[in-house]
Design a protein around this ligand. Structure first.
Ligand code: SF4
Length: 518
């Protein structure tokens, strides 16, 4: 099983390919960097662009496949095919970390990497090429100083709208539907400012002016955390948190010195709205958009998902409007199917999203994802019931072929699952109706060209994430995919900037001076 020049392939599996993609899958380029050049540049395959050409895989090559629960099934198809061609097959990613044995049983794995792959990956490749891969490698949680930079020089030209850079891994919260705090840890691992800026400048030099800060939570230290640490007699924790917070500000102040057409987007908890100083710094840094997990508009719903730190009702509207007032647009994320949801929840949620001046919104169905508290509770109950589709237990729902996979798994006390699915579809339709999007475009941007671009992006977002994710009829899914491909191709040029090969990394700034001049 060897050839003269074995190659390393890195594959981001996807059942659907759109030709161009909104956000660059960062892990591909990070692992490419971790691979080094000992075996030549790795071959990178992002199936959200095009499906893999298996003819490129030769016997003896190493194929690394990164999977999360949503793309596991497609990943296994690729892995088995690669193994049939005589390649060494290695899995990594959140799903592989949670279920290493499944990779061997279903995906044709030779090896599985659990945890962060940044440091252990070269060893895995070396072992495979020596014919002695271990069954499982423990990558662990590496410190922020060891995070690999991405190899952006390997990115194909003209295929991505947004590049992605990570500034912090881990989240101190513990939402019941989320696995981040259990897999990436609750202690934020914050990257050094210089390392982050060097990558962003590298991307801006290449003409990327839209950067997604692909963080678990860009606001890892809240006022409440600092107040709590202040009450402790041992001040070590307080100093640690203050240092993390100061570093965030330094990053934002230096981002503010980049060319003025550079725009960032991130993911943040709603508590940031209590912190006007932080929001103003975001605006100056042109972090102009943030995904905020609102989840539910009612107190009962927030309790359902252990998210008591969010607000509900009018207070929620006021809190969300605060972001906008400080110049940060919000993509609000809502979950439908919570036990406390009722028939009118869909309309109430859309109305609140509109009242709160959200620029974008997404409406997702409650899904028990492995690694979460919700999953553990649900799987325990389902195992006793023994519910299965085509002989596959629903507790392994990601293995059920997509066309046969239920859209919702948790029985609801007052609504049928179909009522919830159609309610969610209705919410997408109403929030992204032509009239509503046109109205929002007027509030978000000024020129006619920018308003048209805004409409295009809104409709594209809906096609990519709503119709293909919630619809059950395959004709609608296929139609949506075709539309998304066309719109994505039309939208791509709107995101490119002029390459700036001479751009320098902004140097440190004097915080006091920066604050005074703001
Ligand atoms: S949903 Fe967001 S806030 Fe909650 S644990 Fe996950 S990353 Fe943290």
């Amino acid at each position: 099983m060897s050839n003269a020049t074995p190659r390393v392939h890195l594959v981001n599996p996807s059942a659907r390919a759109f030709g161009v993609a909104v956000i660059t899958p960062r892990w591909l380029y990070v692992l490419a960097s971790a691979t080094g050049t000992e075996w030549g540049d790795p071959v990178i395959v992002d199936e959200t662009l095009e499906h893999i050409n298996l003819d490129t895989i030769a016997p003896g090559d190493v194929v690394g496949i990164g999977i999360h629960t949503g793309n596991a099934l497609r990943g296994y198809v690729v892995g088995r095919a690669a193994r049939e061609r005589g390649a060494w097959v290695v899995y990594g990613g959140i799903h592989a970390t949670l279920f290493p044995e499944e990779m061997h049983e279903v995906g044709g794995a030779h090896a599985v990497v659990r945890g962060d792959g940044d440091m252990v990956w070269p060893q895995v490749v070396r072992d495979c090429l020596a014919g002695t891969p271990q069954r499982v490698y423990e990558g662990g949680r590496i410190p922020a100083g060891e995070f690999s930079k991405a190899r952006w020089d390997l990115m194909p030209e003209g295929r991505y709208m947004w590049a992605s850079v990570q500034t912090v891994r881990g989240c101190p919260k513990h939402c019941s539907f989320c696995s981040v705090w259990r897999t990436d840890g609750q202690e934020p691992r914050q990257r050094g400012v210089d390392a982050v800026l060097e990558e962003i400048v590298d991307l801006r030099r290449r003409g990327f002016r839209f950067i997604a800060l692909a963080d678990d939570n860009f606001y890892p230290v809240t006022y409440a955390d600092i107040a709590m640490a202040r009450r402790r007699s041992d001040k070590a924790r307080l100093h640690e948190l203050e240092a993390l917070r100061a570093e965030r500000f330094e990053l934002m102040e230096r981002l503010a010195q980049l060319p003025s057409d550079t725009v960032c987007f991130t993911q943040i908890t709603m508590e940031a709205a209590e912190d006007p100083e932080f929001l103003d710094a975001m605006k100056r840094a042109r972090i102009l958009g943030a995904l905020v997990g609102v989840e539910s508009v009612s107190e009962a719903g927030l309790k359902d998902v252990y998210k008591g730190f969010n607000l509900a009702g009018d207070e929620l509207v006021a809190r969300l409007k605060t972001f906008r007032r400080h110049g940060v647009h919000v993509l609000g994320s809502f979950i439908f199917g919570l036990p406390s949801d009722r028939e009118d929840t869909f309309e109430t949620t859309v109305a609140l999203a509109q009242r709160a001046d959200l620029t974008f919104a997404q409406f997702v169905l409650l899904t028990p994802f492995p690694g979460t508290i919700d999953f553990d509770k649900w799987a325990k109950a389902e195992t006793t019931k023994g519910t299965a589709v085509d002989g596959i237990s629903v507790t392994k729902h990601w293995l059920i072929p997509e066309s046969r996979r239920p859209k919702l798994f948790t029985p609801h006390p007052t609504m049928s699952l179909e009522e919830i699915r159609t309610g969610a579809q209705r919410a997408w339709d109403n929030f992204y109706s032509w009239g509503a999007v046109w109205e929002r475009s007027g509030a978000a941007v000024k020129s006619l060209k920018a308003r048209v671009a805004f409409m295009l992006i809104s409709k594209l977002y809906r096609q990519m994430y709503a119709n293909t994710g919630i619809a059950t009829d395959s004709a609608r899914v296929n139609r949506s995919q075709k539309w998304a491909r066309l719109m994505a191709a039309a939208a791509k040029p709107l995101f490119s900037g002029r390459p700036m090969p001479e751009l320098q990394v902004p140097g440190p700034v004097n915080r006091e001076l920066a604050a005074r001049s703001a």
